[in-house]
Design a protein around this ligand. Sequence first.
Ligand code: SF4
Ligand code: FES
Length: 372
Amino acid sequence: MTGFPPPMGLIAELTHRCPLSCPYCSNPMELERAAAELDTEGWLSVLDQAAEIGILQVHFTGGEPLVRRDLVTLLARATGLGLYSNIITSGVTLDDRMMAALIGAGVDHIQLSFQDVDPSENDHLGASPGAFAKKQAAAARIRASGLPLTLNFVVHRGNASRIPQMIAMAEELQADRTEIAHVQYYGWGLVNRAALLPSRIQLEAATVEVEAARARLQGRMVIDYVVPDYHAARPKACMGGWARRFINISPSGRAMPCHAAETLPGFSFPSVRDTSLNEIWNQSDAFLRFRGTGWMPEPCRSCERQEVDWGGCRCQAFALLGDMNATDPACELSPHHAVMQAAVSESESAQTPFKFRRMTKQDAAQPELAGS
Ligand code: SF4
Ligand code: FES
């Protein structure tokens, strides 16, 4: 293969179907229907090409990847090709049979998400009664299988004060790694931002709790911490930089540099149905447009951090400023940084109800899958 160094990871969004309805889901507002999903052969070809161009990891995600009847087939191909495999799941359908099948197919890692440490809040956020108990059972299964256990807690205004209890639960479940991840404001999260965004005081208190737990648990459990951009002085390197480390494939096979890129106007995202991964990565406008630093306006153009954060997030610049070419407003050096503070102020006074993620029953109907 020639061209730009290959991506490190393939993010395989197998489906937008999911038994939960979280109001901060990063999936797009227009969920892709089950009938539009890439079939088994299509995904197998993507995995073959991923290994061929030098990709090292595949992250099976969604929606809920376990609802795909061919997940085990896809997983077995990935591991057979030597790809490191990670499954990102809500865990509510991870029963004994599925656990054994995943182990049999060689899964390397499972990341299990919780909406809250409080069972009723957890079930309310996912709009799924009984989900908390199923997740705890899934955690026990993963632990018993001998795989490393990674828990993910999604944090927002309503549960940030429960971080100590989240970490205590992770200790009880003997997690090797826990991710305390504040909601990122894309997709459904952006729609519900006013109901979710924590205040600066809440964020600072949460950070103190995480730091204390990290010190206490050093050598026993790793704690990753993801903060929201809205209280930051500099943006995050979104996706490690546009088209630098990841290639994201939507359920229908559209290839994008990030999960939210389809919100950007004027792009034509190539499909793996008719374009090779090599061509997508090395030649498509969608991947070349914001790769590197050549596209940057001031102040990024003359900034010493331009190869640290790669100018932040294009989707956030578009969502908040209507201009995907602008400096990410999360950056204090952006002339538009005030929009972040305005959003924080708006959310502090807001009493908005959640808009839960929904897919109609008809859109979610299981398609017939080759090889399933
Ligand atoms: Fe990053 Fe641009 Fe801000 Fe510099 S000016 S810190 S490159 S977003
Ligand atoms: Fe698209 Fe950040 S989510 S560039």
